[in-house]
Ligand binder design. Structure first.
Ligand code: FAD
Length: 468
C-alpha cells in the first residue's frame, strides 16, 4: 500500500527534539507530519535514555538510603529485589510518558507516520512502515534523527554478555562481576544502578578523571565518595582486548591502573559515547551536508545549508542532551512559522544523576583558564551546611566561577545530593548576567542545600572567610 501526504512541516524523528518541534509548529498553526521509526514517540530519551535510567536510579537511591539509615539508628534488613517487578515498574514509567506524547500529538492534530524515513529529494521524504510506503511532500523539514551508541571494533558486540546502555536498561539480570567501559555520565549512572542492585562493578576510563568534561575538584569528591561503591576505578587505562569464553568475558587492560593479565567479568557495559545519525537519512538526496562523523552543521536559526531544511538535537552537535534538543526545536519551529528567534544560549546545564550527583553549567575552571578569562572561584563546602549535616551527606561542595573584575557569575559546579535540582539557580544567574551581589542578596530559605549558592557568592564578596 502507498500513501501520499502533503504538509507544511515534516519532522524526521520523534525524540525530545522532534516531538517538541512538531508540537510547537502545530501550536503556531502549521500543518505537521511527525515521522518515527520506533513504535512509540519520545526517542532515545523517553524509551531508552533519560527516563528509564532515572526510574532505575530512583530504585538504587531507595536501596542506598535504606542502608545508610542503619548508621542513623533505623535498620531495614537486606532488600529483596524482584527484578521482574522493577523492570515492569520502569516500563510503566516509559509507557505513561510515551503514551502521553501520543495523546498530545493527537490533540494538536499532528499526523504521525510510523516507519523509517529517508529523503528522496529536497521536497520529499519516503517512509517505509508496516503499512507500506508513505511519501511526504513538504515545504519545510526538520531533521531530528538523534544519535546511536558507539561500538568498539575489538569488543565482541554480538555476545549477549556485552551490553550497551539500552541493554543495561533492560535489566536482564544482576551480574556478579560487571565492567563499565567508559566513566562518563551514562556509564556511571548505570554503574550506580547495578552496584546498588548487588553487582560488583568496576569502571575503566581512558582519561585521568571520571566524567572528563566536569570540573576536576567536584569529580575528585565524587570519586572519593564512590571508592567503596565500585570494586575498581581504573583511570588513565584502556581496554585493549576482550576474549569471550564460556565462563565469562576475559578483558586485557593497558595503562596506569591496568591489572596484570586478563580479568574475568560476567558482563561488560560499553558506554563510550554516542554517534550522530546524520548519515542514515539519505540527506545527500536533499542536498544537505553531513560531516564525516555524521553531524549536520546548522546556523543559529537551526537551518542546514538547504534553507528550508532544519536540523536539531543530537545530530547537530554536542552536548547531546534532551533539554538542548528541546530548545533548538522551539527555535526551528518558530523560525519556520516566521518568527525571529535564534539559538544562542550562554549556558547548557549538564548533570550526572549519580550518588552524589554532579552538576555543572557555564564555564568550568579549566575552560575559563583555556579561554584566558580572568576568573575567581568561590567554594562552599557542605561540611558547613546545616541541611547537609542533617541529611548525613556532608561530602558535597558548591563552586561558583566569577569574572574577577565585574563579579558576574560565569559558571558553577556542584557535587552532592540533589545537585541537579540545585543547578537551575546558577543557570539562571549565568543566563541573566547576574553578579555575585545579585546572588548573595537573594534570600535563600534555611535550611536548604541551595543556601550554599548564596553563601558561595558571599565568599566571593569577602563577607564570609572562616570555613571548615
Ligand atoms: P533522539 O532522542 O535520539 O530521537 C531520535 C528519534 O528519531 C528516535 O526515536 C529514532 O528512532 C528516530 N529516527 C531516527 N532516524 C529516523 C528515520 N530515518 N526515520 C524515522 N525515525 C527516525 N539527556 C539528558 O538531557 N538527560 C539525561 O538524563 C539523559 N540520560 C540519558 C541516558 C541514556 C542511557 C542515554 C542513552 C541518553 C541520555 N540522554 C540524556 C541523552 C538524550 O537521550 C538525548 O540527548 C536526546 O534523546 C536527544 O534527542 P533527539 O531528539 O536529538 O534524538
Amino acid at each position: 500500500m502507498s500513501n501520499e501526504i502533503k504538509t507544511q512541516v515534516v519532522v524526521l524523528g520523534a525524540g525530545p527534539g522532534g516531538y517538541s518541534a512538531a508540537f510547537r509548529a502545530a501550536d503556531l498553526g502549521l500543518d505537521v507530519v511527525l515521522v518515527e521509526s520506533r513504535k512509540t514517540l519520545g526517542g532515545v530519551c523517553l524509551n531508552v535514555g533519560c527516563i528509564p535510567s532515572k526510574a532505575l536510579l530512583h530504585v538504587a537511591k531507595v536501596i542506598d538510603d535504606a542502608k545508610e539509615m542503619a548508621s542513623h539508628g533505623v535498620s531495614f534488613g537486606a532488600p529483596e529485589i524482584d527484578l521482574d517487578k522493577v523492570r515492569s515498574w520502569k516500563d510503566s514509567v516509559i509507557g505513561q510518558l510515551t503514551g502521553g506524547l501520543g495523546g498530545m500529538a493527537k490533540q494538536r492534530k499532528v499526523t504521525t507516520v510510523y516507519g523509517y524515513g529517508k529523503f528522496t529529494s529536497d521536497k520529499t521524504i519516503e517512509v517505509e512502515g508496516e503499512d507500506g510506503t508513505t511519501t511526504v511532500t513538504f515545504d519545510n523539514a526538520i531533521i531530528a534523527c538523534g544519535s546511536s551508541v558507539v561500538e568498539l571494533p575489538f569488543i565482541p558486540h554480538d555476545d549477549p554478555r556485552v551490553i550497551d546502555s539500552t541493554g543495561a536498561l533492560e535489566l536482564a539480570d544482576v551480574p556478579e562481576e560487571m565492567l563499565v567501559l567508559g566513566g562518563g555520565i551514562i556509564g556511571l549512572e548505570m554503574g550506580t544502578v547495578y552496584s546498588s542492585l548487588g553487582s560488583n562493578v568496576s569502571v575503566v576510563e581512558f582519561a585521568d578523571q571520571l566524567i572528563p568534561a566536569a570540573d576536576a575538584d567536584v569529580v575528585k569528591i565524587y570519586t572519593k565518595h564512590n571508592k567503596t561503591r565500585f570494586k575498581e576505578i581504573m583511570l588513565s587505562t584502556k581496554v585493549t582486548a576482550v576474549e569471550a569464553k564460556e565462563d565469562g568475558l576475559y578483558v586485557t587492560f593497558e595503562g596506569k591502573k591496568a591489572p596484570e593479565g586478563q580479568v574475568r567479568y560476567d558482563k561488560i557495559l560499553v558506554a563510550v559515547g554516542r554517534k550522530p545519525n546524520g548519515h542514515l537519512v539519505a540527506a545527500d538526496k536533499a542536498g544537505v551536508n553531513v560531516d564525516e562523523r555524521g553531524f549536520i552543521n546548522v546556523s543559529n536559526e537551526l537551518r542546514t545549508n538547504v534553507g528550508h531544511i532544519f536540523a536539531i538535537g543530537d545530530v547537530v552537535g554536542q552536548p547531546m542532551l534532551a533539554h538542548k534538543a528541546v530548545h533548538e526545536a522551539h527555535v526551528a519551529a518558530e523560525v519556520i512559522a516566521g518568527k525571529k528567534h535564534v539559538f544562542e544560549p550562554r549556558a547548557i546545564p549538564s548533570i550526572a544523576y549519580t550518588d552524589p550527583e554532579i552538576a555543572w553549567v557555564g564555564v568550568t575552571e579549566r575552560e575559563a583558564k583555556e579561554q584566558g578569562l580572568n576568573v575567581e572561584t568561590a567554594n562552599f563546602p557542605w561540611a558547613a551546611s546545616g541541611r547537609a549535616i542533617a541529611s548525613g551527606r556532608t561530602e558535597g561542595k558548591t563552586k561558583l566561577i566569577f569574572d574577577k573584575d565585574s563579579g558576574r557569575v560565569l559558571g558553577g559546579s556542584i557535587v552532592g545530593i540533589n545537585a541537579g535540582e540545585m543547578l537551575g539557580e546558577i543557570g539562571l544567574a549565568v543566563e541573566m548576567g547576574a553578579d555575585a551581589e545579585d546572588v548573595a542578596l537573594t534570600i535563600h530559605a534555611h535550611p536548604t542545600l541551595n543556601e550554599s549558592i548564596g553563601l558561595a557568592a558571599e565568599i566571593f564578596e569577602g563577607s564570609i572567610t572562616d570555613l571548615p
